[in-house]
Unconditional design. Structure first.
Lengths: 127, 245, 678
């Protein structure tokens, strides 16, 4: 089989995942896109492992590891998303803007670091 | 045959002697890619998760075609069986709207499209340019049978494998810590009662805090919990699979 | 121990005492007094031993070189001749007296420990100057004295006058020290060494190439340190320090250093007739001007300060006519009686509660309150007025005799013109000196009016010191025959001509002042008594002096002292006192003499105002011109910052998008470069 097929498919899948990560609003959809990107990498690993006839089968072993890590990642990621949702009442990524610069005022760094804490604390107190 | 040839010509111009495996790979690849595109573009969040199942399943088939059968089964078990289920739980617990939601995409979309297209063009160009004349020899001894993979894994990859179990343990602990903090914060609201746990309506903030807490914790802990418990076969997939059944 | 070892210990002991005092004085107040007195006392004993060993005989020279210092070597050298031995004895005697006196005078002062340590350091520095045989080491002591005087004059730094006075003393002496340093370098460059013996050898063989330039540069430093015209203005203002400090600075240490330095290097100065003439003119102007100013001062300490300047003028005059024996002799006797005068003045100020002579003249019975100070001050004033047989008579006669010899052409070291200048101005000054000494005595002790307040007996430490110092004031002159053997010159005994002339004019001055005082004394009665009394009768004397310096009507606990109109040192104008004999004697000159002949005002116009104007200009340039650039430079980063802040939306996806876009661009660039390369 031609090696370009799996390689191109992996590249396209990766870019689709990239688009999803950048364009999706819901955090869980972003996580799905991350899974797509991971899987694209996995496909590459498997394809090259088969092509190279690696005696150690490093490609397949790494694929297994990636899958396990992806499982852990999705667990932790979902936990974080849920906590954010609990605290903020939303899981939309573009609404989490506590690190934004508040325009127009000249305040020293101390204030700048404190400012984002304000809403966060309020939200936690409310939740 | 004519259609296959045309598809092939579209994907990899210049390769005019496709074998059966290649044709199958291309067909499944197109399906996979289409499912992935739908996953990242659909307005319905739950549909996105289901299309993700299709994409991941397609990938499992591709693994099979590449003679990596063990990976393929692990892919099905873990991704399709547990990850997607987890994502569905997550969607449910964050009260994702069931129908079409017009705001599924953020305002960042044009930038995302540009970046993705540019990246895709660059990658495809480079990859095609590099591997134009490279063939995979699928004949000969099977590369990824369960037996081969098991032997390799426990002969040469034992140490990373054990390290991976530690990582999964850390993930488990992390999930528990995140859940516990929430539980402590939500302690006063516990009287809201288990009856309202699965209620899909919009409860008051106190109840909302608590109700998603418990199922989320259980769901999240499951794969992480089981995986380190059974390191030898490297299949965190099995327990979810059983539970799935 | 050998004599050089003993001599090394002399400056070292007060230095160690000062270091120990600064280290432990604040924590263990009980150690402060022993640490102040004992090292100085030990130094006195050692200095006496060294003097006895040296005995005016062979010069003791010892040197050690710690490290090579390039083309002109610097040695730790001792050079002890008769001058050094005797001046060291004087310094240690006065320093010991001042330390003992200070224990009583500043007994309640919270900063006594650091004060005593600084006095010890001051003493140590002066002893270093006296004994050092190397000009660089001498310079170290010279500069340490400068900084110590700054600290000591500014002891009452709470008052603005003391701060200003200490700064002035420091700056004016430094003004002289800069040319002094150049002079030292020029001298060492010509002689190839900093050793005094080496320099004197060079001068003796005529190896000095620019004697006039060097001498004039050195004279600038000497004028600053020894308060000679035109750099003398710091000294009257330095009275803002505590009285013992004034005694130390004026009698034995700082001002003596300049004269002593010239005496050591006299051959260098004598190599240039022009320098000697300049020195003579300086001495004459200083003598006469300061004597006139002293006659017009109302503050008792300012009178003494101007008197010090005048007596230093005598010494400089003696040096200008090439007789260092006479100069150092006058330095010794003046050190004794001037220390006595200042310490006695401290007692008077405490008893009367005021610095003002006109206030004292309205106070009766002051001699009965402080009999010790009365009698010892009388002795010291007689010595100051050069009445025989007090010490001042002999030393002043020695100066006049030297001047006469030079004027008549008997001397080879100095031009005759210098001799005439010194002789005439010396005689005029003798008259004026007697006049202001009499005036001081009459106003302070012969006042009448309400009795001075009774503060009980003065502390024994203060009275005893006065009597100790009275002995040399009284009897040093009688030792003139022995002293001449210590100095490498002719006899110092007075001749009949100058003795009659000098004593005669002095008597005339005293009688004139007495007559004027008699004529005026009843006029003074009608005026309002200034009524100054001690602000803190029970506290230590320094407190009342400080209160007198910092006279502020708004200070609650010194309300009565606050009525004293002329106590502040910052205020040069004396109280208009119709009973002042000086006013009658000086006539229209009085107004100018009271302000030191407007030298301060002149300096203010010449130097202070241009400097201030330049500072204003610089400030303007800094504020308006430089700041504008700074402000301009601020705008661009500000705009950039605003633009960048726009980008900080807080949206993670935007950040990530930008990051990935950048990565893609880089990757494509890398691929293109690789493709182009391939």
């Amino acid at each position: 089989m031609h090696l370009a097929y799996p390689a191109v498919l992996a590249a396209l899948l990766f870019c689709v995942g990239l688009y999803g990560v950048l364009a999706r609003r819901n955090a869980i959809l972003v996580l799905m896109s991350v899974e797509l990107m991971l899987n694209a990498v996995n496909l590459n690993l498997v394809a090259f492992d088969v092509w190279l006839r690696d005696t150690l089968h490093s490609g397949q072993a790494l694929t297994l590891f990636t899958i396990a890590i992806a499982a852990a990642e999705i667990g932790i990621g979902l936990a974080i998303v849920l906590m954010v949702y609990r605290n903020r009442g939303t899981s939309d990524i573009d609404k989490l803007r506590d690190t934004a610069e508040t325009a127009g005022e000249d305040h020293d760094p101390d204030d700048a670091t404190e400012a984002p804490d304000g809403p966060a604390q309020k939200a936690e107190a409310a939740a | 045959m004519i259609t296959t040839t045309s598809v092939l010509a579209a994907t990899g111009p210049g390769f005019l002697s496709p074998s059966g495996v290649e044709i199958a790979f291309l067909l499944v690849g197109v399906v996979t890619l289409g499912a992935a595109v739908i996953t990242v573009t659909t307005k319905q969040l739950v549909h996105a998760a289901l299309w993700l199942v299709v994409a991941l399943g397609g990938l499992a088939v591709e693994y099979l075609l590449l003679t990596a059968e063990f990976i393929a089964w692990v892919q099905v078990l873990i991704y399709v069986g547990s990850v997607v289920v987890l994502l569905l739980f997550g969607l449910m617990l964050t009260r994702a709207p069931i129908g079409r939601s017009p705001d599924a995409d953020s305002g960042n979309r044009p930038v995302a499209l540009a970046v993705a297209v540019a990246a895709g063009a660059a990658l495809v160009w480079v990859v095609v340019d590099a591997f134009r004349h490279t063939w995979i020899d699928l004949e000969g001894p099977v590369q990824g049978s369960t037996e081969v993979t098991g032997r390799i894994l426990f002969q040469h990859w034992v140490l990373p494998f054990e390290a991976l179990s530690v990582l999964l343990l850390a993930a488990l602990v992390g999930a528990i810590v995140l859940s516990r903090k929430n539980a402590a914060a939500a302690e006063p609201g516990t009287t809201g009662g288990p009856g309202s746990a699965g209620e899909p309506g919009r409860p008051n903030p106190g109840r909302r805090t608590r109700t998603p807490g418990r199922p989320a914790k259980e769901t999240r802990s499951r794969p992480a919990q089981e995986a380190p418990g059974r390191p030898p076969t490297a299949d965190p997939s099995e327990p979810p699979q059983k539970e799935q059944r | 121990m050998t004599t050089p070892t003993l001599a090394v210990l002399v400056p070292l002991l007060p230095f160690l005492g000062a270091a120990a005092g600064l280290l432990v004085g604040r924590r263990a107040g009980g150690f402060a007094r022993p640490l102040a007195i004992l090292p100085t006392l030990a130094a006195l004993a050692l200095a006496l031993t060294v003097a006895v060993h040296q005995g005016g005989g062979k010069v003791i020279d010892a040197a050690t070189r710690l490290t090579p210092t390039g083309s002109v070597p610097i040695d730790l050298a001792l050079h002890i001749d008769g001058f050094a031995a005797l001046v060291a004895v004087l310094v240690t005697v006065v320093a010991t007296c001042v330390q003992v006196y200070s224990t009583a005078y500043l007994r309640d002062d919270p900063r006594y420990a650091s004060y005593a340590a600084l006095v010890s350091l001051f003493t140590s520095a002066m002893l270093l100057v006296v004994y050092s045989g190397d000009l660089m080491v001498l310079l170290v002591g010279w500069e340490v004295m400068g900084i110590c005087s700054y600290f000591l004059v500014g002891h009452y730094w709470e008052t603005p006058e003391a701060r200003a006075a200490s700064l002035k003393a420091f700056l004016v002496t430094k003004l002289g020290d800069v040319p002094f340093l150049f002079g030292l370098f020029a001298l060492a460059a010509d002689a190839g060494t900093f050793r005094i013996t080496g320099i004197l050898d060079t001068v003796a063989t005529g190896g000095l190439q620019h004697p006039t330039v060097i001498a004039l540069l050195l004279i600038a430093g000497v004028a600053g340190k020894s308060a000679q015209f035109p750099l003398h203005t710091w000294l009257p203002d330095a009275m803002a320090g505590p009285t013992p400090v004034s005694a130390l600075i004026h009698a034995a240490t700082m001002v003596a250093a300049g004269v002593y330095f010239v005496a050591r290097l006299l051959p260098v100065f004598a190599a240039s007739a022009a320098a000697m003439t300049v020195l003579a003119v300086l001495a004459a102007v200083t003598m006469v001007g300061s004597a006139l100013a002293a006659l017009a001062q109302d503050d008792i300490k300012r009178v003494l300060a101007y008197s010090t300047i005048g007596q230093l003028g005598y010494m400089t005059g003696a040096l200008a006519v090439g007789d260092r024996g006479a100069a150092v002799f006058h330095l010794l006797s003046h050190g004794a009686f001037k220390a006595l005068l200042f310490l006695g003045a401290g007692v008077i100020i405490h008893a009367a509660g005021t610095n003002s002579l006109s206030a004292m003249s309205r106070m009766g019975g002051l001699p009965k309150r402080i009999p010790d100070a009365y009698w010892t001050m009388t002795i010291a004033l007689l010595a100051l007025a050069a009445m025989p047989p007090f010490a001042g008579f002999f030393s002043k006669e020695a100066v006049l005799v030297a001047a006469e010899h030079t004027a008549l052409g008997d001397s080879v070291t100095a031009p005759a013109g210098a001799g005439w200048i010194v002789l005439l101005s010396g005689l005029l000054t003798a008259l004026l000196t007697a006049a202001y000494a009499t005036r001081l005595w009459l106003l302070a002790f012969r006042g009448h009016g309400p009795a001075a307040p009774d503060h009980g007996r003065q502390p024994i430490a203060m009275s005893a010191v006065l009597w100790v110092l009275a002995v040399p004031s009284l009897a040093l002159g009688l030792a003139v025959g022995q002293l001449a053997g210590w100095f490498d010159v002719h006899a110092l005994t007075p001749t009949v001509t100058t003795a009659v002339l000098g004593t005669g004019v002095a008597a005339v001055g005293g009688i004139m002042t007495y007559a004027a005082w008699r004529a005026l004394r009843y006029r003074a009665d009608g005026s309002v008594p200034l009524g100054a009394v001690a602000a803190h009768p029970d506290a230590d004397p320094a407190t009342s002096e400080e209160a007198a310096i910092a006279t502020l009507p708004r200070a609650l606990n010194s309300v009565r002292a606050g009525e004293t109109p002329s106590a502040a040192y910052g205020d040069l104008a004396p109280a208009p006192d119709p009973g002042d004999p000086g006013r009658l004697l000086l006539g229209p000159l009085h107004r100018h003499a009271a302000t030191g002949f407007h030298l301060d005002a002149l300096y203010a116009t010449l130097f202070v105002r241009p400097v201030r104007a330049a500072a204003e200009l610089v400030r303007f340039l800094d504020r308006e011109v430089v700041e504008t650039y700074v402000r301009g430079a601020r705008t661009l980063p500000r705009w950039l910052g605003t633009a960048v802040r726009r980008a900080q939306t807080g949206n993670v996806q935007t950040y990530l998008g930008a990051l990935l876009a950048g990565s893609v661009v880089l990757a494509i660039a890398a691929v293109l470069v690789a493709a182009a390369g391939a």
